[in-house]
Design a protein around this ligand. Structure first.
Ligand SMILES: Nc1ncnc2c1ncn2[C@@H]1O[C@H](COP(=O)(O)OP(=O)(O)OP(=O)(O)O)[C@@H](O)[C@H]1O
Length: 659
């Protein structure tokens, strides 16, 4: 066999292997991705040469074949691509590959582990795991001679003629002793699955195709069905609930970007700070984190991003300030906003059914990104009490959803889920417009339907509309954000105070005890103050409006808005859950018959010689009981509170049945 050339590879660092081994230690496995990528490039170059009329031979179906020998500890990657002539080997391998490797190492010696994708190391990365590398190649060019190149990692190489008959290239790695894992079939399969699953060329090992090959994000959205998107999601995230919606990105100007972003159902156990998006470069997997590329409010999105324009050989910190990356992030944000808008306009029931989760992204995005807020603010929706009755009257399985127009028109939509009918939703603007007459620029909201249900009912019964701002992001961030943004609008939680429209001109202001000049209200207050004996509880009296006095509660606990917010903020800062504040208002509903009964009972209290009165004791007990019932509507009792309540209930019942 003729030796074509023996020589020294012109590299300046005498022995760069120790450096590359050390600096890229953790990522040895990427060598396979680099070799397969080169093979894929070679097949597309052959196709291009053929299209340009440079190749007369038939272009075979592109294929990469991997072979391993675990005894000999060898691994080879064969492609049926363009191949190389002896001159090309000298040029591309001896000069280009090695000099670019040298450049790479001198440039990134210290920060290599910080690089996002390690792309650019190319062919040379084979030496991270091999003690000797051979190239056996035959160029597609007519009359080309097959050549065999071999190098043991020193700057010396040998180039001889080869017997190879098939156009293409085989790279064989004689693995270093400690890298034997790369000659094991399961390990190689796993690497191909990780890095090369979506490479558009068939990868074969042991006669079997081991990559999925199809990358639907590169296909046109028009050619894809919902099932294609869902199937792909299941493939990427097995055993996960179906995504709520998705956005297909494909642009080639001013940068190349393809991808599919899925909105997952947010589960409490999902760590929203950790990205789950996969980053690709020309269908080759690069990284499991896109943290530097996508805006952090979109972090919980899943799916793939593929862009050859994202620089992978810069450090992660440099990436965040890269102009193209910034433009890509803006583009993604804009696309998400546009997609939400189109679903809002075209498929309202889908929009509403995914809102519980999607809304969290949107609200967080509004707080974080001014441009995004402008884009989406018109279709931020809130669950409302408005039209709930209309919904109840509607025939199952139809549900009523408020239309876009903001008037009283309703559109009926089939409830796809068909189990839990959607509730009515509204935008803030619609709410304000609708309630302009009754309470201009004032929003009543409920942050917890289970503890504020009584209050919501009260508002509803009086024809006042309540919005539900009841997610974690609502109470902690979004309501304060809205208040900062909409300074002309006042947000009032249903249990913070009773709106004027809910109370009547008090009938109980007249003096009922001429001896002391006390009004009926003064007396009620006194009875309760004495019974409760809790100076922190501020007892107030008001007559709650109602057509049915029995239907309203005899007393309610109120937490003034400003005070409650302060306590919530403090609790949040201390990372504690807020205890129910001892300082609160107990509002006694003076129009409730029970309160009148208590006054009457109290009047009849006759104190015996020992200073006791059976009525007085009973009145005390009733007051405490009314207070407990009001508290109960707001919070769960602890063990001690519950015990006292149950004991007292039994006493009250016993006494009542004795009479
Ligand atoms: N399997 C192959 N078939 C044909 N030519 C190849 C093959 N592998 C490498 N080459 C040639 O060697 C050159 C250097 O390869 P190397 O992988 O070092 O860098 P690259 O592919 O140009 O860039 P990258 O750093 O992105 O991998 C290639 O540009 C190509 O011309």
């Amino acid at each position: 066999m003729a030796v074509l050339e023996k020589g020294n590879i012109t590299i300046h660092t005498e022995n760069i292997f120790p450096i590359i081994k050390k600096s890229l230690y953790t990522d040895h496995e990427i060598f396979l991705r680099e070799l397969i990528s080169n093979g894929v490039d070679a097949t597309s170059k052959l196709k291009m040469a053929s299209l340009a009329g440079e190749s007369t031979g038939e272009v075979p179906e592109p294929k990469i074949t991997i072979a391993v020998d675990s005894t000999k500890k060898t691994l080879s990657v064969t492609d049926n691509g363009i191949g190389m002539t002896a001159d090309e080997v000298k040029k591309y391998i001896n000069q280009v590959a090695f000099s670019s490797a040298e450049d790479f190492i001198t440039k990134y010696e210290k920060s290599a582990s910080d690089l996002i994708g390690h792309f650019g190391l190319g062919f040379y990365s084979a030496f991270m795991v091999a003690k000797q590398v051979e190239i056996d190649t035959l160029s597609y060019k007519e009359g080309a001679t097959a050549v065999h190149w071999s190098c043991d990692g020193s700057p010396e190489f040998e180039l001889i003629e080869s017997e190879r008959k098939a156009v293409g290239t085989t790279i064989t790695l004689h693995l270093q002793d400690e890298e034997g894992e790369y000659a094991e079939i399961p390990r190689v399969k796993q690497l191909v699955k990780t890095y090369c699953d979506f490479i558009p060329v068939k990868i074969v090992l042991d006669g079997e195709q081991i990559n999925r090959q199809r990358a639907i994000w590169k296909e046109s959205p028009q050619s894809l069905t919902d099932e294609d998107y869902l199937e792909f999601y299941r493939y990427l995230y097995p055993f996960q609930e179906a995504p709520l919606l998705w956005v297909h990105l494909n642009t080639d100007y001013p940068f190349l970007l393809n991808g599919i972003l899925y909105f997952p159902k947010l589960k409490p156990d999902v760590d929203v700070t950790k990205g789950q998006m996969k980053l690709f470069c020309n269908q080759v997997f690069v990284s499991d984190s896109c943290e530097e590329i996508i805006p952090d409010f979109l972090m919980p999105l899943r799916g793939v991003l593929d862009s050859p324009d994202i620089p992978l050989n810069v450090s992660r910190s440099a990436l965040t300030s890269d102009r193209t990356v910034k433009r890509i992030a803006d583009f993604i944000t804009k696309k998400i906003g546009a997609k939400l808008k189109s679903i809002y306009n075209e498929d309202r029931s889908k929009y509403i059914s995914s809102w519980a989760d999607v809304g969290t992204f949107v609200k967080y995005g509004c707080i974080k990104d001014e441009k995004f807020r402008k884009q989406v603010e018109d279709f931020i929706i809130y669950r409302t009490t408005y039209g709930e009755d209309a919904k109840a009257e509607a025939e199952a399985p139809k549900v009523e959803i408020q239309t876009d127009s903001g008037d009283d028109a309703w559109e009926s939509v089939d409830d796809k889920e068909n189990t839990t009918p959607s509730e009515p939703y509204t935008t803030l603007q619609e709410y304000l417009d609708r309630n302009k007459e009754k309470h201009e620029n004032k929003v009543f909201y409920c942050s917890d339907p289970s503890t504020q249900g009584t209050y919501v009912e009260l508002y509803k019964n009086q024809g006042l509309e309540v919005l539900f701002l009841d997610s974690f992001i609502d109470t902690n961030y979004f309501v304060p954000f809205l208040e900062r943004e909409k300074t002309d609008v006042q947000f009032s939680r249903v249990d913070s105070e009773l709106d004027d429209t809910l109370v009547e001109e008090d009938k109980a202001q007249e003096i009922v005890d001429p001896a002391t000049n006390k009004t009926r209200n003064d007396i009620i207050k006194e009875i309760f103050e004495k019974a409760l004996d809790k100076p922190q509880v501020n007892i107030k009296t008001q007559a709650i409006k109602s057509n049915d006095a029995q239907g309203t509660p005899p007393a309610m606990v109120l937490l003034p808005e400003a005070m409650r917010r302060l306590q919530e903020m403090t609790a949040l800062m201390q990372e504690k859950t807020m205890d129910f504040p001892d300082n609160h208002i107990l509002l006694i509903n003076t129009s409730h018959p029970l309160i009148q009964n208590i006054i009457d009972l109290n009047k009849g209290s006759i104190v015996d010689a020992s200073g006791n009165s059976s009525n007085a004791e009973f009145v005390n007990m009733m007051c405490l009981h009314i207070y407990d019932l009001a508290l109960m509507a707001q919070k769960a009792f602890d063990a001690e509170g519950m015990k006292a309540f149950v004991e007292r209930s039994n006493k009250v019942l016993t006494q009542l049945t004795q009479k």
